[in-house]
Design a binder for this molecule. Structure first.
Ligand code: CTP
Ligand code: CA
Length: 229
């Protein structure tokens, strides 16, 4: 985005971004996880740093190199992600939850590697729901005037269109902006490009045409900057 070169509109701001996908361990070597690459979160962190912000990037299992000028905190599980995001959010002007936390975790983690049995049977896995970090930081704000942003990859279903479901999710989460990817036609995972609709709690809708994840990152920070005043 040539138009953002030299922009320092986020100077003096502390911005927190989460990226990647969490892992929930079954035993020391196995986990439940997801396909989030971390590319969009890293693009957000780089874009914010380029615009002068102090950036904390909480990265869950991302294999990308640390962006220059960004404080990177590495985590694995949703519990660790929650602890680091909640701690950083306390002094943040804005938080963007680009990470994909696992929705469920095994209720018990075995200290030893789970062995196969000779009879060909497989163990069941009992799951518990993970805490909703976005909902927590949106509904227990420690800093007035902060801007909180969520992401949602949605497919339409019998109960509503992608945007219907996304509007409902925005309200449920209590965040200020929700960046919505329509993944009905295929996944965005690992792709350098992204296209999205940004829904705002104040009713605004911003359509972002297909482009780089960096371009989308800059549009998201534009929306955040406007609301920070
Ligand atoms: N999120 C979160 N904590 C969780 C799950 C999700 O903070 N335990 C955040 C994600 O980082 C994202 C937003 O919530 O910014 C929406 O994630 P999504 O998976 O779409 O929402 P869920 O509430 O988990 O709903 P779903 O059942 O559709 O997966
Ligand atoms: Ca989810």
């Amino acid at each position: 985005m040539g138009s953002t070169a030299g922009l320092t509109d986020l100077a003096g701001r502390h911005l927190v971004v989460s990226a990647g996908g969490t892992r929930e361990y079954l035993d020391p070597v196995r986990f439940l996880g997801n396909r989030s690459s971390g590319l969009q979160g890293y693009a957000l962190a780089r874009a914010a740093a380029a615009r002068g912000a102090e950036v904390t990037l909480v990265a869950a299992n991302v294999t990308l190199p640390d962006p220059a000028g960004v404080t990177v905190v590495r985590v694995e599980t949703t519990a660790e992600l929650r602890a680091e995001v909640v701690a950083a959010a306390g002094s943040a002007d804005a938080v963007v939850m680009a990470a994909a936390p696992a929705d469920f975790r095994p209720t018990t983690v075995s200290d030893a590697k789970i062995k196969k049995s000779d009879d060909g049977s497989a163990p069941g896995i009992e799951l518990a729901q993970n805490p909703d970090i976005l909902h927590e930081i949106s509904t227990h704000r420690t800093r007035s005037g902060s801007v909180i942003v969520g992401f949602a990859a949605e497919t339409g279903d019998a109960t509503g269109s992608v945007l219907d479901l996304a509007r409902a999710k925005l309200a449920r989460k209590g965040c200020d902006l929700l960046v919505v990817n329509d993944v009905s036609g295929g996944a965005v995972f690992g792709s350098p490009d992204n296209e999205a609709v940004i829904l705002a709690a104040d009713g605004a809708t911003v359509e972002v045409p297909r482009g780089t994840k960096s371009a989308l990152a800059h549009v998201i920070w534009d929306q955040v900057a406007t609301r920070l005043g």
